[in-house]
Design a protein around this ligand. Structure first.
Ligand code: HEM
Length: 444
């Protein structure tokens, strides 16, 4: 006898079957309430939940690893970006993160070569310099017995790094020239209100000036802006000014807050897990050359550091919730997905689901030990999956490894309390309040 209750159904019947879910409408956003709602729905109805939103639109929450792959990889052409991206559009126009279809495909093809490993390696010196800057600030704080605000520090580090990687010397010579940092609002104003709209407008004008100057005088500086300006589509056309601006804003926003938040959580976790910290320092010291300047060979040998970063991204995936919208009908296992349905996928929830990750709330970098082949099939997707997977994955691991490898052997950042930081669940997962740590210079 068959145990599959759907075996007798025809394909069209299957396509009409809605997954289990509540009978009443459920509001969903990208906010803390939504995390609670989705967690409760999964507990009650399982890994594929069907529901209706107050607008009448069908929505699915998917926490099943195979179904997540189906949407992001196998059938990605049937889905586009979903709700929640409107707010991001204010900053990013129609850049890579928010665009869909042919616009996205053209931009992705033009931009992808800039992220080749050898190009990222050419930006390593900037990563080293930005880490050195933090070292100087932390020495100063340690001498004075002051605490450091690691949330602000990691944010400053990652923002400066991405800006210098994009604009090269123009960052200091042109963008900072009048004394005010026009990017400050990105790391300091967490509210996206009207004043931010004005600041974005002013910033875009400044960036247009830089683009115009570069178009007039070729310079051979190696940075993302030059790589983006040289990119051509299949017809041989470059990005227009408007497209270039959208892509630059996208790169800044995509490239800084995600890495900054991850480093913030790493330092917090290390301050509370001395045995992990000791192993990390051991590994960094083994790699660190006499001049304290790590290179790509050193960083690729930092296997345990990689594990620590992956485990941090499991517990605190910066993009904790993704959305998609079905642009045509699809079938998901035994269920139908109607065109127009909203799809919610949460790395945060999947990464903490006990049946896939035993003792899910425990910080244990050894979960990521072993060769990549055995780890590949884990339900783990902090950088998303498929053709829209993050372009900056290698860049971010390199910057985070250099940051830790250069700073950890020099400084212990001690916890000053045992508070567990509350989460702020917006577009990015952040700590609700800044984390303060006490820097102590090590005697290595
Ligand atoms: C820990 C660090 C990072 C994490 C966890 C992360 C995560 C992600 C995720 C989840 C997406 C896909 C979102 C979606 O499909 O809805 C994405 C896209 C993207 N990320 Fe990252 N990211 C990180 C760092 C970076 C960095 C450093 C850069 C650039 C230097 C970058 C550039 C991009 C770009 C350009 C896209 C859009 C790709 C596309 O749609 O074709 N990211 N990232």
């Amino acid at each position: 006898m068959s145990l599959n209750p759907f075996e007798f159904m025809s394909v069209s019947e299957t396509a009409n079957t809605r997954p289990p879910g509540p009978d009443t409408a459920v509001p969903l956003g990208i906010d803390p309430q939504t995390l609670e709602t989705l967690t409760a729905l999964q507990r009650e109805y399982g890994d594929i939940v069907g529901l209706e939103k107050p607008s009448g639109r069908t929505a699915y929450f998917i926490n099943d690893p195979a179904a997540v792959r189906h949407i992001l990889v196998r059938r990605h052409t049937r889905y586009e970006k979903g709700p929640g991206f409107e707010r991001v559009k204010m900053l990013l126009g129609n850049g890579l993160i928010v665009s869909n279809g042919d616009v996205w495909r053209r931009s992705r093809t033009m931009i992808q070569p800039a992220f080749k490993v050898q190009n990222v390696h050419r930006l390593m010196q900037v990563m080293v310099d930005c880490s050195e800057k933090r070292a100087a600030a932390w020495s100063h704080a340690a001498e004075r017995g002051e605490l450091i605000n690691i949330t602000q520090e990691t944010s400053d580090f990652a923002l400066e790094l991405i800006l210098v990687s994009i604009f090269g010397a123009d960052y200091e010579n042109k963008l900072l020239a009048d004394g005010d940092n026009p990017f400050d609002f990105l790391s300091k104003d967490s509210t996206r209100d009207l004043s931010v709209v004005m600041k974005v407008r002013k910033l875009r004008e400044q960036l247009l000036d830089i683009i115009a100057a570069r178009r007039e005088h070729d310079d051979d500086e190696f940075d993302f802006l030059n790589m983006y300006m040289q990119a051509r589509d299949k017809q041989g056309n470059p990005f227009s000014d408007k497209e270039l601006l959208d892509e630059l804003m996208t790169l800044i926003v995509a490239g800084f807050e995600t890495s900054a938040n991850t480093l913030n959580w790493v330092w917090y976790l290390l301050a509370h897990n001395p045995s992990v910290e000791q192993r990390l320092i051991g590994e960094a010291l083994q790699q660190l050359p006499d001049d304290d300047r790590l290179n790509a060979e050193h960083t690729s040998a930092m296997v345990y550091t990689q594990q620590v970063l992956e485990e941090t991204l499991r517990l605190y995936p910066p993009v904790w919730l993704f959305t998609r919208r079905a642009i045509e009908a699809d079938e998901l296992e035994v269920f139908g997905v109607p065109a127009g349905a909203d799809i919610y996928l949460s790395p945060y929830i999947l990464h903490r689901t006990e049946k896939y990750w035993p003792q899910p709330d425990r910080f244990d970098p050894d979960r990521f030990a072993g060769d990549t082949a055995t780890r590949k099939d884990r339900p783990y997707f902090p950088f998303s999956l498929g053709p829209r997977r993050c372009l900056g994955e290698y860049f971010s691991f390199l910057e985070m490894k250099l940051h830790l490898g250069m700073l950890l052997p020099r400084f212990q950042l001690q916890a000053v309390d045992s508070n567990v930081p509350a989460l702020e669940l917006g577009i990015n997962l952040r700590a609700k309040t800044d984390i303060m740590l006490k820097p102590v210079v090590r005697g290595h």
